[in-house]
Design a protein around this ligand. Structure first.
Ligand SMILES: Nc1nc2c(ncn2[C@@H]2O[C@H](COP(=O)(O)OP(=O)(O)OP(=O)(O)O)[C@@H](O)[C@H]2O)c(=O)[nH]1
Ligand SMILES: [Zn+2]
Length: 346
């Protein structure tokens, strides 16, 4: 059993709450274990933020940034069960996905104004976010450079049905509050290089921490040291996670996330005459019909097929019942979405 005084604890600023407390109480970690959140993972060592400061510990099993752990005698005695897992495809030739961050609640998918032709990337990242269990939010950055803001925001909304879309400029400050409001719980920023992630992070944090890349901190022996900070409490509540590995991601084992990101396509496919329709040349294909009728952009359909091909189709098929339950939940979203495509086609 672990011991933890909730009195004066800094852990809530990192996202600790009563359900983590419950999980910690029911873990089999030895007496005297202290709870903390993993801020950094190196080979053979993790950095854990605890009530007594930042401590190093040796992991016994795989840990990721964002994990809640119990530390005992310099060892990670327990990793509390994850609420969400953000993972990407492993380097080519390896089969396991790489966990980028654990217990992420919000994924801010950044798209710089002026490059929205690359919606394919947006769709991929939204799929990855849904798959993790977190909530994606689309963030159009650098809107001070955007002439047709309403048009671009509408374009993005079409690429991500059911996903909140916010515009922001770190130059004028417009939209920063909206992004802060959308950044619920533990938040990560993803998106292409140069999208303005670091700039936005600084605006959210109200500091220049990330520009510097490192801050002065007091270590557990009271010395001043320079450390990298990957887990930063936001002034508006919640925590921002910034790790380099989060910045370029692929998709694997993400059938569910892809289906959710493309709920409009999946919903149409349910109306195909054949349950295993590949939407190629089959008669009675509702997806092709929708593309022909301008109810579904052909580009979006191709993007869906491309992502699904990348992914492992088989996994999603093994549980058709779960899949159809999911689809029922998204039906309303996709209904709204089709109305929007139609309105736009006029
Ligand atoms: N006009 C304008 N420029 C911006 C804005 N936000 C960021 N920039 C500029 O865009 C460039 C890239 O910004 P960064 O914040 O470094 O982008 P990043 O996404 O962190 O890039 P990586 O670290 O490569 O992933 C910098 O020159 C910023 O000054 C904005 O709101 N408006
Ligand atoms: Zn079909």
């Amino acid at each position: 059993m672990f011991s933890h005084s909730t009195h004066d604890s800094v852990l809530p600023t990192y996202g600790w709450d009563s359900s983590w407390e419950q999980l910690a109480l029911s873990s089999d970690a030895p007496a005297g274990s202290v709870p903390g959140r993993v801020a950094r993972v190196d080979r053979g060592r993790v950095d854990v933020l605890t009530d007594t400061g930042r401590v190093h510990a040796a992991p016994r099993s795989a840990c990721a940034v964002g994990d809640w752990v119990l530390v005992h005698d310099g060892v990670v005695a327990a990793v509390l069960p994850r609420r969400t897992t953000l993972a990407r495809a492993a380097a080519s030739g390896r089969s396991e996905a790489q966990v980028l961050a654990a217990n992420v609640d919000t994924v801010l998918v950044t798209v710089p104004a002026g490059s929205t032709s690359r919606v394919g990337r947006v769709e991929r990242l939204v799929a990855l976010a849904w798959e993790s269990g977190a909530t994606p939010v689309l963030v159009l950055t650098k809107i001070d450079r955007c002439d047709d803001l309403a048009g671009v925001l509408a374009e993005l909304a079409l690429a991500a049905p059911g996903v909140e879309v916010v515009g922001v400029s770190a130059v004028t400050g417009e939209g920063v509050d909206a992004v802060a409001g959308a950044a619920q719980g533990t938040t990560v920023l993803v998106g292409p290089s140069g999208a303005g992630k670091s700039t936005l992070a600084n605006a959210l944090l109200g500091t220049d921490l990330l520009a510097v890349g490192a801050v002065r901190a007091v270590d557990d022996k009271g010395r001043h040291t320079t450390v990298h900070r990957e887990l930063l409490p936001l002034p508006t509540g919640g925590v921002l996670v910034d790790t380099p590995g989060l910045r370029a991601v692929g998709v694997r084992d993400a059938a569910e996330g892809i289906d959710r990101a493309f709920a409009d396509v999946v919903d149409l496919a349910e109306h195909c005459r054949f349950a295993d329709c590949a939407h190629e040349h089959e008669p009675g294909c509702a997806v092709r019909a929708a593309v022909d009728a301008d109810e579904l952009p052909g580009r979006r359909f191709e993007a869906y097929r491309k992502l699904r091909r990348e992914d492992e189709w088989a996994a999603a098929r093994t549980d058709a019942r779960l899949a159809s339950e999911r689809r029922a939940r998204w039906k309303q979203v996709t209904k709204d979405q089709r109305a929007r495509y139609r309105a736009r086609g006029r």
